[in-house]
Design a protein around this ligand. Structure first.
Ligand code: FES
Length: 87
């Protein structure tokens, strides 16, 4: 599990194994647009202000992944204990 922090509100949510960031935030009334939910289309791309994502998508190029400033919350997770999202 890891924690997602919403930059605009400071709210933090735990993302357990087996649940996506998109799904947990949706439960909290924070909707991120999605389409493929498989890391292919890029619809869900969200900016990261702090923390290190664990990229599970096939959308970004390797050099983009290495910048760690955006990720696909429909499928990607975190390497750090917390991610701060620009939401
Ligand atoms: Fe397609 Fe996330 S919804 S990459």
């Amino acid at each position: 599990a890891f924690e997602v922090k919403i930059a605009s509100t400071g709210a933090c949510y735990q993302i357990p194994a087996g649940k996506t960031v998109v799904a947990i935030l949706e439960e909290q009334g924070i909707s991120i647009p999605i389409s493929c939910e498989q890391g292919v289309c890029g619809t869900c791309i969200t900016r990261i202000l702090d923390g290190v994502p664990d990229h599970r998508d096939m959308y970004f190029m390797d050099n983009e992944k290495a910048q760690n400033d955006q990720f696909t919350p429909c499928c990607s997770r975190a390497k750090s204990t917390s991610l701060t999202l620009d939401l």
